[in-house]
Design a protein around this ligand. Sequence first.
Ligand code: PHE
Ligand code: 6NA
Ligand code: ZN
Ligand code: ZN
Length: 522
Amino acid sequence: MTDPGKKFRIVKFLKIIISCAVLTIASLLTVATIRTLSMDVNAGLQLANWEKTTNLSLVLDRHEREQLFANLKDAIRIRTVSYSQTNLNTSALLLFDRFIRKAFPTVFSSSKVKHELVANYSHLFWVQGSRPELQPYMLLAHTDVVPASEDDAWEVPPFSGDEKDGFIYGRGTMDDKGSVMGILAALEYILMKGYTPQRGFYIGLGHDEEVHGLNGAVNIVRLLKERGVKLLFVLDEGSAILDGILKGLDGPAALIATSEKGATVLKLSVSMPPSHASMPPRETTIGILAAAVKRLEENPMKRLFGLGPEGGMFEHLAHKFRFPLNFVMSNLWLFAPLIARIMERNETTNAFVRTTTAVTMFNAGVKENVIASYAEAFVNMRIHSAQTLKEVLECVESTVGDPRVKIEVVYGFDPLPISPYDETSFGFQIIKKTVLDMFPSMIVAPGMCIANTDSRHFKDLSSSIYRFTPAIYKPGDAQRFHGINERTSRENYEGMVQFFFRLFQNCDIKKLPESHTSVHEL
Ligand SMILES: N[C@@H](Cc1ccccc1)C(=O)O
Ligand SMILES: CCCCCC(=O)O
Ligand SMILES: [Zn+2]
Ligand SMILES: [Zn+2]
């Protein structure tokens, strides 16, 4: 028979617990609501307060427009493929050198432009400004591309540069010949208009970015360091305008990446004496390695969503999400774990959630009737900003958990520092203003590059490194990077040219307007 006094005490205790829980949830939701309503992230600097600059506009006639696209198609047809650091298509790189000299005669003949070849195949341009007291900036792009096999399911052959339904197809259209040709075309046009920039700038075109830029970008940095150059900001590939890719976001968003993930490639290998397939060991090198790789795939790295630049990105975007996502995104402190579980379901947004693990190569075996003496697998990981290379290696070792599997670091580096994006950050604000000049109602937010770029080599020359191209990408486009049917629309490519044509002029202001921020955050 239960003691009535004890029963009363249990009921009373439960009532206290429940009321505390209700109070806690109510207060958390109250804080969250206040934060949502007060997160009035305005367009930032009032555009009316900007110094006036030249307002040259670029209006192309039909012939000029066709020539613009013809040049991009010709660029795509030159197969500047990088296979490895010791295997690049150098004859194609030489062809590309000759091609751009012909395609951009004003750039290469102007007294305002100094051009030099770096490490035989990379290009460094210095565009002299009329006001040498203004600190220069730098634009980066790369001329090399990853391989593309002709027998893939490409709708248009990857190096034909052919057009279909308003898109120019080809390896390099998105990554990164669109930027190379867009920057040079914008410079060609603006020089032809007799424009002299006030703020000087560099253009660096690396020839080995896809194999880590150790000859191209690294030597460009070495030259600039020898010359004592410090850069106001650096702008490279690495992010874009996403339209429909972030579920629940009303409209396109220009994400100017203020950092990029770290990266590492690990070589996992297993060795054992070869033997006859008719008398196999219980576990072969291939079986042991396959099991280890499977464990890595089945145990993704921990969720870190909101602990890196993506936190700032989603909070900046929060007020543009439909309810209840606007409420949720304004309160990542409370809802990050929930958002992470939703975002990890899609491979593009999963890259914002964690350090990613991609098994990209698996080599083993010499003959079908010989037990393989050696098996190796390569694992490509992109390290979330809230994690270090060392922590990732420790995780991998414990997940593999098999002393027979040797783990070697092919290369690796920590996540990059986060560049400033407040209202006094010249680079961020000038890129943002240029986007708003082109797309006045565009949402612009700081973002995170989930891959890696040559710009990481420039961190000693500038603390303001941004990754952004003004291309608009829709669902499915992310998979075209290094994938099949890479393509750019005519609008995206002409937008690239317009963006840089505008940027050259916007950078001519001496300083940003005073910031009258209207961002009220708790
Ligand atoms: N940019 C390419 C190549 C690269 C990989 C890793 C480091 C640097 C460059 C990528 O992100 O895959
Ligand atoms: C997302 C843009 C690509 C980044 C680096 C590269 O693969 O060249
Ligand atoms: Zn690239
Ligand atoms: Zn690439």
